[in-house]
Design a protein around this ligand. Structure first.
Ligand code: HEM
Ligand SMILES: *[C@@H]1O[C@H](CO)[C@@H](O)[C@H](O)[C@H]1NC(C)=O
Ligand SMILES: *[C@@H]1O[C@H](CO)[C@@H](O)[C@H](O)[C@H]1NC(C)=O
Ligand SMILES: *[C@@H]1O[C@H](CO)[C@@H](O)[C@H](O)[C@H]1NC(C)=O
Length: 319
């Protein structure tokens, strides 16, 4: 069997979309054009996480929300203007997406080292990985060579980013629409082992649901009243929200998932066994999470001469 034939066979097995999307990304993309890139990103992320551990979580979420809307193309980073509607004010992002200033800081330093060379999309991909590592999570090699979008889509952000009120069927099909399996989805949801959520996203769960540890519900109600205080925060991982470990899955097994969507992964259906496995075997989770992050990072990137290398991550280059 020739190498080419083998490649095509593997591509068909993995689905053509995934294969072609990956074809032009490479971990060495900036090896010559910006050799210090990864050090610059890592140092800036270390400073940011030392200042506020939650930043690691916030940047991971930005990357997820970027990739799920027309691919990992930094569309999420574009600011709204009088004549441009971006994704920042889409429902899943408004009043909760954060960490944009950290990306600006990194971009400024990267531009100083290698002007007009590295995309905002690649900076976000590296920063998300580093945030996870700095909080004690697994590492992975980030494929690079993405370019930045000149457009964004608020309507796609509203339609395609999963809701905390969604059921397992809806969540599974939203991930499938991005080429991600149910297993990828359950591993990626482990991102909720770090970070915080607003009361408005979990109020119904702690007041009105039955598949919840009653002590946990009582504890959460203390800072999330039946009405008011919508922006009050609670940890997505009840034990160690600044540590990237597997305690999120132990919470799910104990019916202490914070979001309705979290608990859907352990509610007597298809993902229960995998959640149990991750709750017992941190190495299995770490391996699957890293692999799924690489897969997510390859969702329909702009490559070659498509898109652009933005000079400022918040605005498209002038024509
Ligand atoms: C499975 C579907 C998912 C749903 C429904 C969901 C929903 C949410 C919600 C509602 C919040 C809180 C936002 C707020 O306070 O308004 C949140 C936070 C967060 N999500 Fe997800 N999420 C999902 C998957 C993911 C994935 C795949 C990742 C990353 C791999 C991720 C990473 C995070 C992180 C790190 C935070 C905390 C951010 C911070 O503290 O700033 N989520 N998510
Ligand atoms: C950086 O690149 C941009 C776009 O090519 C250019 O306009 C700018 O002058 C360059 N800045 C420096 C300091 O070289
Ligand atoms: C899941 O939610 C969707 C959309 O709200 C709904 O149409 C569907 O019936 C629900 N499925 C189950 C199994 O509850
Ligand atoms: C709980 O359910 C009841 C009955 O459907 C509803 O009136 C109430 O607003 C709900 N409370 C919350 C916090 O979702």
């Amino acid at each position: 069997m020739t190498a080419h034939y083998l490649f095509v066979t593997i591509c068909v097995a993995l689905s053509l979309l995934a294969c072609f999307a990956n074809a032009q990304l490479s971990p060495n993309f900036y090896a010559r054009s910006c050799p210090r890139l990864q050090l610059i990103v890592r140092d800036a992320m270390r400073q940011a996480v030392n200042g506020e551990a939650r930043i690691g979580a916030s940047i991971l979420r930005l990357f997820f929300h970027d990739c799920f809307v027309n691919g990992c193309d930094a569309s999420l980073l574009l600011d709204d203007t009088g004549t441009f509607t971006g994704e920042k004010n889409a429902f899943p992002n408004k009043n909760s997406a954060r960490g944009f200033q950290v990306i600006d800081t990194i971009k400024t330093r990267v531009e100083a080292a290698c002007n007009a060379t590295v995309s905002c999309a690649d900076i976000l991909a590296l920063a998300a990985r580093d945030g996870v590592v700095l909080l004690g999570g697994p590492s992975w090699t980030v494929p690079l060579g993405r370019r930045d979008a000149r457009t964004a889509s608020q309507s796609a952000a509203n339609a395609q980013l999963p809701s905390p009120f969604a059921n397992l069927t809806t969540l599974t099909s939203q991930f499938a629409a991005k080429g991600l399996s149910a297993r990828d989805m359950t591993a990626l949801s482990g991102g909720h082992t770090i970070g915080l959520a607003r009361c408005t996203t979990f109020r119904t769960r702690i007041y009105n649901e039955t598949n919840i540890d009653p002590n946990f519900a009582t504890t959460r109600r203390a800072t999330c009243q039946a009405s008011g205080g919508d922006d009050n925060l609670a940890p997505l991982d009840s034990q160690t929200s600044n540590r990237f470990d597997n305690s999120y899955y132990r919470d799910l097994v104990a019916r202490r998932g914070l979001l309705h969507s979290d608990q859907e992964l352990f509610n007597g259906a298809s993902q229960d066994a995998l959640v149990r496995t991750y709750s017992n075997k941190i190495a299995a989770f770490a391996l699957d999470f890293a692999a799924a992050m690489v897969k997510m990072s390859k969702i329909t990137p702009l490559t070659g001469t498509n898109g652009e290398i933005r000079g400022n991550c918040r605005v498209v280059n002038s024509p």
